[in-house]
Design a protein around this ligand. Structure first.
Ligand SMILES: [Zn+2]
Length: 580
């Protein structure tokens, strides 16, 4: 029975290009997970998009003397190009600046209001006397009231994870000009998390959450221990979704960007269904209690996805709640936290312009910040590429396919299998459930490690059997060993496909198969009803499932081998390092 799996990926904020942490922390693990489930024959819907609202975008637009739309258009286009070149298989990568998203956000707001989960409250808001404007939380910094961290943001402390109000910070100041921040009364709509708390607790306690990652589980428990309070969902801003309240007071206010951004997971599903001409299909994921929703996010976003968004969904009613929130830790560069302002960042597109996508995917998956902060190291990238991709997997494919192509031209008929043949073939078959089981539980790194143990073993088997000698001394035995090698490569092509789709597709073709095992996303135009044209990333991934240890057909043509991976020299990376 096929399951419905929603793969929901954190929405990158459209005010700067994607760095390598976006890929390692959210995009790539989500893609590996989605590709695996499609190979399993499950119905996957993978969505995200550019997060387009909030003050950082208007500030940037002001600085450049352009409209906010221009800033969004630029970074959205760059996201699409980067995500496409990494082969991230979105069903839809859209943006929050669309008529559909505005409609969905307004509907969410009004339904929560009618259900009694929104209320108006007058509150103190951060105000900059020097700039004579209200300041969004992220432009306020101060000392965390909980742990004393000196660089706590207005809404959240990155050190201890506590969410708070900017007025609770000690020595609050503006990050724009370092001037002290004052607080002024202003009226806003508040999400009544206090009122939603009993239902939220009931949902959380009604199910076994032992499969949640430790960080997800702990952040959520710590946050609930404090008890929930109302959280404002409107702001004194000029850019964003207008507040759908009739009152004149709200004419100049907008929906707070976090509230509309999480609704994107839902609005993107509706937009996708419209695009494919089956406008009701989103319900198979969103109005289906049997569907499983996975949110691939960074650890700084945990409470939004385990508490606030589920509370919004409960308040709205009738929509599917998260199944798992496999949050990753931070990804650093050479052991140091990346910082755009200090120029210490590694841009995803710069890497993509210099290296093959699977070389990058392999290292980023192997070094992913799963369970702890990790880092990109140039020396490790080169070592793993050369030792593991080139010398292990690439070498196995090249030597076995070369022998088969040269001596038989096709998959040879094997003779009786020896003990050694049977052992390696059984390991190949067993890997499907082992790697699959790890991917099911979103242990991406462990799954890659498990899968990659097999090319090592198969290489060793080939080295021990020495088929290049057997072709002269014992042709029957040579056929059996080469058949076994080809069968293992066929298994590995599938086992590694979620991680290395570009090379798995090539191996599939070298083995004489037609068709696609690793479909890639495509860029398309979207025409919104209001006449704006924008691009989206989408794809047709409806290929037959093949996460099974199938038998390679004897007699199938084997093509001439080609190099799958490129050995990297230090010069090439030196040049890349200089540009960071
Ligand atoms: Zn703190």
């Amino acid at each position: 029975m096929a399951d419905n799996i929603l793969v929901a990926v954190a929405w990158p904020y459209a005010n700067g290009p994607l760095h390598v942490g976006h890929v390692a922390g959210t995009l790539l693990p989500a893609d590996i997970f989605a590709r695996y489930h499609r190979l399993r024959g499950n119905r996957v819907l993978m969505v995200s998009g550019s997060d387009c609202h909030g003050t950082p975008i208007t500030l940037q637009a002001n600085r450049e003397g352009v409209a906010p739309e221009e800033v969004i258009r630029r970074y959205h286009a760059s996201f699409i190009e980067t995500i496409r070149s990494f082969g991230i298989s979105f069903d839809l990568f859209t943006q929050t600046y669309t008529p559909n998203h505005y409609t969905c956000t307004r509907a969410f707001f009004l339904k929560l209001l009618n259900n009694g989960y929104l209320r108006r409250e007058s509150a103190l808001a951060s105000y900059s006397e020097s700039l004579r404007r209200f300041l969004p939380d992220r432009f306020v910094e101060g000392i965390c009231p909980n742990c004393g961290y000196t660089k706590a943001r207005g809404d959240q402390c990155d050190n201890c994870g506590t969410l708070h109000d900017p007025s609770q910070l000690r020595h609050p100041h503006s990050t724009l000009d370092a001037a002290p921040v004052t607080f002024r009364q202003t009226e806003h709509f508040v999400l009544a998390l206090d009122k939603l708390e009993p239902k939220l607790r009931e949902w959380l306690n009604s199910r076994d959450r032992s499969y949640w990652r430790t960080n997800t589980f702990d952040f959520t428990s710590n946050w609930l221990r404090e008890g929930l309070h109302g959280r404002s969902i409107t702001r004194d801003l000029e850019w964003g979704v207008p507040v759908p309240a009739e009152s004149e007071d709200f004419k100049d206010k907008r929906i707070y960007v976090w509230f509309d951004a999480v609704i994107g997971y839902y609005s993107a599903a509706i937009e996708w269904a419209e695009r494919i001409g089956a406008p009701e299909r989103w319900r198979d994921w969103w109005q289906n209690p049997g569907a499983r929703h996975y949110y691939f996010i960074g650890k700084d976003n945990i409470p939004f996805h385990t508490i606030i968004w589920p509370a919004m969904l409960i308040g709205y009613g009738g929509l599917t709640l998260p199944h798992d929130v496999p949050a990753n830790e931070f990804y650093n560069l050479e052991g140091e936290k990346m910082s755009t302002s200090r120029g210490w960042a590694l841009w995803a597109q710069d890497l993509q312009d210099r290296f093959r996508p699977d070389a990058l995917r392999y290292y980023l998956a192997a070094s992913a910040p799963e369970g702890r902060d990790t880092s990109w190291y140039w020396s490790e990238f080169i070592r793993r590429n050369n030792d593991e991709l080139v010398a292990t997997w690439g070498n196995l494919v090249h030597r076995v396919i070369n022998l088969a192509h040269q001596h038989f031209g096709s998959v040879p008929q094997p003779g009786d299998f020896s003990e050694a043949d049977r052992t390696i073939l059984e390991a190949g078959v067993a890997a499907f459930s082992r790697v699959g089981g790890l991917l099911e539980s979103v242990q991406i790194k462990a799954a890659l490690q498990e899968a990659f143990g097999l090319p090592r073993r198969t290489n060793q088997y080939i080295s021990e059997q020495e088929p290049w000698k057997l072709v002269k001394s014992n042709p029957l035995r040579a056929r059996t060993v080469i058949y076994t090698g080809l069968q293992m490569i066929d298994h590995l092509k599938t086992l590694l496909c979620p991680f290395l789709p570009f090379s798995s597709q090539r191996v599939h073709e070298l083995l004489g198969y037609a068709g696609t095992v690793a479909p890639l996303p495509v860029v398309e135009e979207a025409n919104d009803p209001e006449g704006c044209t924008r691009t989206v990333l989408t794809g047709n991934y409806g290929e037959p499932s093949c996460w099974t240890p199938g038998a390679i057909p004897v007699g199938q043509t084997i093509r001439a081998p080609e190099l799958l991976f490129e050995k990297l020299e230090f010069e090439k990376t030196d040049e890349a390092t200089q540009t960071i």
